[in-house]
Design a protein around this ligand. Structure first.
Ligand code: 21W
Length: 201
C-alpha cells in the first residue's frame, strides 16, 4: 500500500518512522511519502496562503500550490484522494478496513484557514474526520488513518494478531499478565499459571 501525504508540516511525520510502521516500511509492506506543499510555491518568499475573497479573518491556502503538489505525485491514476477535515465523515473501524483494500491513498491535510474550494472540488474524492473535537490541522488525523489502515495490510502485523482480533470481533478483551508471578503482593490468577507452558522458573 502506497500513502502520499500533502502537508505544510512535514516535520510532524517523524513518529510514523518508528515501531510497527517503521518495520512495515523497511519490509516494503507499505510506503509512506511525505510531500511539503510549500516546495511548490512559486513565490520568492515561499508564500502558500492569501487573503480570503469576501473578507473574514485568517488566510486561505492557494489552489495552485496544492494542485502542483498533487500533480507531482507519480502513478496516481488509481489513487483515492482523502481530505482530512473536521467537516468530513467520522472514521470508524469499518471504514478503516475498507480503505485497506485500496492500493494508493493520497492524504491532503486540512488547516484552520482552509484550502481554496476549487482545488478541493478538482482533486478530492472523500472528506474524513477522526472525531468530534477540534485539532490544529489534519496532520495527526493523517497519521491516525495511516496507522489504523496499515494494520490490515498484508505483512504489517504478525499473522496471529489480526486473526485473534477477527475471532473476538475486536470486543473480547481480557486482563493480561507476565512475570513476576508476584508483584506488589498480588499474584497472577492461578488458572493462568496452571495453563502456562513456558513455566521455566
Ligand atoms: C480546525 C480545520 C478548524 C478547520 C472558514 C474559515 C482534520 C480535524 C482536522 C481545523 C477548522 C480532523 C474556518 C477531527 C479536526 C483539521 C483543523 C475550521 C475555520 N472556516 N478530525 N475558517 N478534528 N483540524 N475552519 O480538527 O484539519 S481531520
Amino acid at each position: 500500500m502506497q500513502f502520499d501525504v500533502l502537508t505544510l508540516f512535514p516535520e510532524m511525520f517523524e513518529p510514523i518512522k518508528t515501531s510497527i510502521l517503521g518495520k512495515a516500511q523497511e519490509k516494503k509492506a507499505i510506503s509512506i511519502n511525505i510531500i511539503n506543499i510549500r516546495d511548490f510555491s512559486k513565490d520568492k518568499h515561499k508564500k502558500v496562503d492569501d487573503m480570503p475573497y469576501g473578507g473574514g479573518a485568517g488566510m486561505v491556502i492557494k489552489p495552485d500550490v496544492v494542485y502542483d503538489a498533487y500533480m507531482s505525485i507519480k502513478n496516481k491514476e488509481n489513487a483515492k484522494v482523502i481530505y482530512l477535515s473536521p467537516q468530513g465523515k467520522t472514521l470508524n473501524q469499518d471504514k478503516v478496513e475498507k480503505l485497506s483494500k485500496e492500493d494508493h491513498l493520497i492524504l491532503l491535510c486540512g488547516h484552520y484557514e482552509g484550502i481554496d474550494q476549487r482545488v478541493l472540488d478538482e482533486i478530492v474524492d472523500e472528506e474524513i474526520s477522526i472525531g468530534d473535537y477540534v485539532l490544529t490541522g489534519g496532520e495527526l488525523p493523517s497519521m491516525v488513518l495511516i496507522d489504523s489502515v496499515s494494520r490490515y495490510v498484508e505483512g504489517v502485523l504478525a499473522n496471529d494478531s489480526i486473526k485473534e482480533e477477527s475471532f473476538s470481533n475486536g470486543m473480547l478483551e481480557y486482563p493480561q499478565y507476565t512475570r513476576p508471578e508476584i508483584f506488589l503482593g498480588k499474584k497472577v490468577p492461578e488458572v493462568l499459571i496452571s495453563r502456562t507452558s513456558w513455566k521455566y522458573k
